[in-house]
Design a protein around this ligand. Structure first.
Ligand SMILES: [Zn+2]
Length: 688
């Protein structure tokens, strides 16, 4: 019996893939790879490995595996079914076990090390050298060169950390679900939009009743709109004390001990691997050069944004006082009055924007934008193997030759995961038969066309599309031929959002909106209509930057707390989250905070997710993208030479060189925070 997942195809044979093929295909690929790797290592015994004899075949086998897995992961996201989900989930532990095995394989590590020390190394390309250096680094970070007791301890720590981080997440979930409040008097929900009330009614499932929960779609509307101050206080209190020793379910799902143990083990892990602390371990794979650099970066931003954040808060307090005679803003008042202020000054309805952003105008305008910047063209294909009729497929051309391709899957539908993302389908790499071209999946969840009108986007959706296309171009326009560092592969985590956030900037430029937007009129035979008026754009910009300094201080509070905690914790000085958070708040917080606030107890990004000592990456990448774009503001947003320079210095280089080196090659200097502050409408002394 043939299995299409195991056959050679230029593109995934979507229409012939079935769930029952998945587990056998992945098992076979993994087992074959294991045998091949053992055989390869046996053949290399006593010989010096070379790129061709060692790394090239490993890369080939890795690519075969990902070609079997990539369509499965994609279909699981965009065309889910119970059978497919089961098959997908059954593969996850197999894949993770395989990657642990590889990461701990001492013979593989030694072979890489021998290649690194061989005379051949100096003759290899930068991309090849980086691939080898990254491999050695990742082996070390997996504890491969630890001996005896230390190796065993490494395994124990990893095991225990995975239990603890999972426990942390469970506690947050359980605490979130443990609290709810039934309201049977609709008047108590005055202020809430009908959509929010509808949701609460649905949650209650009983006529005339409403159920308030701590899930975001319930919590946020209460904090933003509920006129009842006591209700806001009650919900706020329950929310910010989740999984702690405070609040309505005090002590029941308390994460205090979990956090303590996580911090101690992370510190021990970092020490085992030769790092001073966990923060240094985290930055070892990132663009930031050291922990101190991250701290300086965050402190600098905080110092620059704080004066305006204070002014914004004063403005909010004054507004609440004059308009609503509220004297002393409490933590549960801030979001509520901020919304009132926003409505009164910057009200803009995304619905007003929609008619200006019909999907075909937007997609063609996006192609035109990047075509002007990078001299590439797009050609839609009519015949290709697909999984849904909505999906479109394009070739990317340069000088008439195909250099990449992508699937465009734009609309929300049943069985499709929410959100928007870019994923790779094929990576660019040198094979025995020539260069394999990169192929991307671009997925969004826009509202589909209704009636005769085409799909019409909001401005948020427009920027989402540009964001994902930015990731897509990073993947597709790469000129690197080594798979491990081509496209987005091997790019430091704090730099990977650069190309995506960068491309969003064109969504705010009149010169670009002139052809990205065009008012849809039902009876004009699809002529391109009037572009988005300047007055609407001005409102959009003002709304975008509303309270941006306050928002930035909040992000900096999270980032500084996360980074300082992981940097300052040591076995000699076991600082607590409470201590560090209090110090950070002292430095950066401009809004009132309650004594009982235990935000840290539900900070899953860093205690249950992968952002430990890495939360700063969000801001870091924003600084890079804003600063890269500022070069276009200086030279002209469609300056072809600047576009070419961005393409050749950053976009096409993948992970072949350090992100800081690439950035400096393009910008001619190291990153500056000034453009981000300016784009966020934050005035500092220097630039005011
Ligand atoms: Zn992104």
């Amino acid at each position: 019996m043939t299995n299409p997942l195991l056959e050679e195809h230029l593109l995934p044979p979507f229409s012939s893939i079935t769930p029952e093929q998945v587990v056998p295909a992945i098992e076979q690929r993994l087992n074959t790879n294991r045998e091949r790797i053992n055989q390869l290592l046996a053949e290399l015994k006593g010989k010096t490995p070379t790129w061709t004899s060692f790394v090239a075949p490993l890369e080939e086998w890795d690519d075969e595996l990902s070609k079997a897995w990539s369509p499965v992961g994609h279909l699981n996201g965009v065309l889910n079914s119970d059978e497919l989900r089961d098959a997908y989930n059954a593969c996850l532990p197999l894949l993770s076990q395989y990657s642990t095995e590889i990461g701990q394989n001492r013979d593989l590590f030694d072979a890489y090390q021998a290649l690194r020390n061989s005379a051949e190394f100096e003759t290899l390309s930068t991309a090849q050298q980086t691939t080898i250096e990254h491999a050695l680094r990742d082996f070390r970070l997996s504890g491969v060169d630890l001996e005896g007791d230390k190796k065993a301890r490494y395994g124990e720590i990893k095991q225990r950390l995975s239990e603890l981080t999972s426990k942390f997440g469970e506690n947050v979930l359980d605490a979130t679900q443990a609290w709810s409040k039934i309201i049977d008097n609709e008047a108590q929900l005055a202020g809430l939009p009908d959509s929010a009330k509808g949701l609460l009614a649905q949650l209650a499932g009983e006529d005339g009743k409403f159920k308030v929960t701590l899930d975001f779609p319930s919590y946020m509307p209460i904090m933003t709109y509920a006129d009842d101050r006591e209700l806001r206080e009650e919900v706020y209190t329950a929310f910010v004390t989740r999984a702690s020793e405070q609040g309505p379910s005090a002590g029941e799902f308390d994460n205090s001990e979990v956090m303590k143990e996580i911090l101690a083990l992370r510190y021990e892990l970092a020490q085992l691997l030769g790092f001073e602390n966990y923060a240094e371990y985290s930055v070892a794979t990132k663009m930031a050069g050291s922990g101190q650099e991250v701290i300086d970066f965050l402190n600098d931003l905080a110092e620059k944004a704080k004066p305006q954040a204070e002014r914004e808060f004063t403005e909010l307090s004054d507004f609440a006082k004059t308009e609503y005679t509220v004297d002393n803003l409490q933590p549960w008042d801030v979001t509520y009055y901020a919304e009132k202020l926003r409505q009164s000054r910057y009200a803009i309805s995304q619905e007003d924007i929609r008619p200006y952003l019909p999907i075909d105008t937007v997609v063609n305008g996006m192609f035109e934008t990047v075509s002007r910047l990078y001299g590439i063209q797009f050609e839609e294909q009519s015949s290709f193997d697909t999984y849904h009729p909505d999906v479109r497929f394009f070739h990317v051309l340069k000088d008439g030759e195909q250099i990449a391709a992508f699937y465009l899957d734009l609309y929300a539908r049943e069985k499709k995961r929410g959100g928007a993302w870019m994923d790779d389908c094929r990576i660019r790499r040198q094979t025995i038969d020539g260069v394999q071209l990169p192929v991307a999946y671009l997925v969004c969840n826009f509202t589909p066309a209704v009636g005769d009108a085409p799909a019409l986007l909001t401005h948020d959706e427009l920027t989402t599309l540009f964001h994902e296309f930015g990731h897509g171009l990073h993947h597709m326009l790469t000129q690197i031929d080594v798979g491990a560092v081509s496209g987005i592969n091997g790019v430091a985590w704090d730099a990977v959002e650069l190309p995506s956030q960068f491309l969003e900037n064109w969504c705010y430029e009149p010169e670009a909106l002139a052809f990205i937007s065009g008012r849809f009129e039902a009876d004009d035979n699809h002529q391109q209509g009037e572009p988005l008026p300047q007055a609407l754009l001005d409102k959009l910009l003002a709304a975008k930057n509303f309270q941006s300094a306050m928002m930035m201080m909040r992000q900096l509070e999270f980032a500084l707390f996360d980074f300082r905690l992981h940097r300052e914790y040591s076995s000699d000085n076991p600082v607590t989250p409470e201590q560090i958070l209090a110090e950070v708040r002292n430095q950066v917080t401009v809004v009132p905070v309650s004594d009982f606030n235990r935000f840290q107890h539900s900070f899953s990004h860093i205690f249950a997710g992968g952002y430990a000592a890495g939360y700063y990456s969000y801001k870091w990448a924003e600084v890079l993208s804003a600063d890269a774009f500022s070069k276009f503001e200086e030279d002209g947003i469609f300056n072809r030479e600047t576009g070419q320079s961005f393409l050749s210095e950053i976009l096409s280089q993948g992970g072949s060189r350090e992100a800081s080196e690439l950035f400096e090659n393009f910008r001619g200097r190291s990153p500056s925070v000034e453009p981000l502050l300016r784009h966020s409408g934050i005035e500092t002394e220097e630039v005011a």
